[in-house]
Design a binder for this molecule. Structure first.
Ligand SMILES: [Zn+2]
Length: 430
């Protein structure tokens, strides 16, 4: 319960508590009830503590796991949030999860902790950066701490899958979108104590949409006004006011950077592709796999030669299309599926698959799954050799690829296919 810090108001509240106890039979436990005060005279406060019989508490205190304080939340008070996330990473980092598994965990668990806090506070930028650091280290290295840069800039990782990212929630934007709830509540003049208080103390008769905060107002109030200014660039007052229920997601989507869509999104992230293959292809199509040519840029002592054929330089295009070993393997994959298209880039091959159109859904899914798997297997073979193991034979790779892809293609609902597609699918699977 909150009230003005004067004797009269507190007496009224205590009377209310007593009346409630008489009617309901429920009574506050004095040893578990605390009084928190700000800007009050010490003498008056002492008297209130005596009259109420409650303990005196000090700010900040924890409520439902988050710290409550009268001033701006400090970096120190958010330590628990960063610690909680680091603790989970430490548990997971011993489990050697694949990239795909790490993505799932980052998206679901790490950000859910953040979302809870983000609804309550404007989090300090340093805290948001620390959270990103933990996520970044875990995504790229499977560790909770790492100084090495990732394969893809973090701001691009935040992008939606359609725009070439991994679709992680941007925690800066999400925090702003969560705080927009206050802007919405004020714009709709919601009937609650906080809104009435803001109108009485700050807005008075001013128009909220055009309001500018005074220099000497609180840090929080300034932040809320900043959020309003950001919203004004995207939404009209009518759009905000017409929202019956506040939706963080709707505001977030509006605030999110609108980046052009990439053409390969359905090829790489197709649901019949195997998760770890998707991730590898996502890096390959952007030429971000740490190939010898790319590594050589960071460390000139690194040998650029392709470890699979020991002939050309190991660039992305060599590794997947020019290398004799990979060409042989890719040709076998294409023969299995009956693809005669002579592609010399992953982008070209994916584009060709997309052009199959909607009457060849099963073919399209099989092509995507197999080509995405081929990228993964070539990268796998390359890593085997890099780590001093034997280069797997093309036949071994082909057996593995077929086995994994067919497992996945069994999920296709054949009832919805036309006869020709059903026969084709049967032919490649059995
Ligand atoms: Zn090669």
């Amino acid at each position: 319960m909150c009230c003005r810090g004067d004797k009269h108001s507190i007496e009224k509240i205590l009377q209310g508590f007593n009346a409630f106890s008489k009617v309901s039979g429920l009574k506050a436990n004095n040893s578990k009830t605390e009084v928190y005060a700000c800007g009050m005279e010490e003498e008056e406060l002492q008297q209130i503590i005596r009259d109420s019989g409650y303990k005196r508490g000090s700010l900040p205190f924890k409520y439902l796991g988050v710290p409550i304080c009268s001033r701006r939340i400090g970096v120190g008070q958010c330590e628990k949030l960063v610690e909680a996330m680091t603790a989970r990473i430490k548990t997971w980092s011993s489990r050697h999860l694949s990239f795909a598994g790490r993505c799932q965990l980052i998206n679901s668990v790490l950000l859910s902790i953040h979302q809870y806090w983000a609804q309550v506070f404007v989090l300090p930028t340093k805290v948001l950066r620390d959270i990103e650091k933990v996520c970044r280290a875990y995504l790229w290295n499977g560790e909770w701490f790492s100084d090495s840069p990732g394969y893809i800039a973090w701001k691009n990782v935040y992008r939606r899958k359609k725009s070439g990212g991994l679709g992680f929630r941007n925690i800066h934007t999400w925090n702003t979108a969560s705080m927009a709830k206050h802007v919405w509540a004020l714009a709709r003049k919601q009937d609650n104590l906080w809104v009435r208080w803001i109108h009485a103390v700050y807005l008075k008769d001013n128009d909220w949409w055009e309001y500018q905060p005074p220099q000497d107002c609180s840090w929080y109030w300034k932040k809320i006004c900043e959020v309003k200014e950001r919203l004004k660039k995207i939404f009209t007052r009518e759009e905000i006011c017409s929202m019956e229920k506040f939706s963080v997601q709707k505001i977030y989507t509006g605030l999110d950077d609108q980046i052009d869509e990439v053409q390969w999104v359905d090829n790489v992230w197709n649901r019949f592709n195997i998760p770890k293959h998707k991730f590898c292809a996502w890096l390959a199509i952007q030429d971000r796999l740490p190939t010898a040519v790319r590594m050589h840029r960071w460390g000139p002592h690194i040998i650029r030669t392709c470890s699979l054929c020991e002939q050309g330089d190991e660039s992305g295009s060599h590794l997947f299309f020019e290398c004799p070993y990979s060409s042989d393997f890719l040709l076998k994959v294409k023969q299995w599926l009956g693809i005669s298209y002579p592609a010399n880039s992953l982008e070209g091959l994916y584009k060709w698959i997309t052009r199959r159109g909607k009457y060849q859904k099963a073919k399209q899914a099989s092509y995507n799954a197999a080509i995405t798997a081929a990228v993964y297997f070539i990268w796998y073979a390359r890593n085997q050799v890099k780590h001093g193991k034997n280069r797997p034979s093309v036949e071994q790779m082909m057996d593995q690829l077929k086995f994994q892809v067919i497992q996945k293609l069994r999920m296709i609902n054949t009832d919805k296919l036309n006869n020709r597609e059903r026969m084709w699918l049967n032919q490649i699977m059995y």
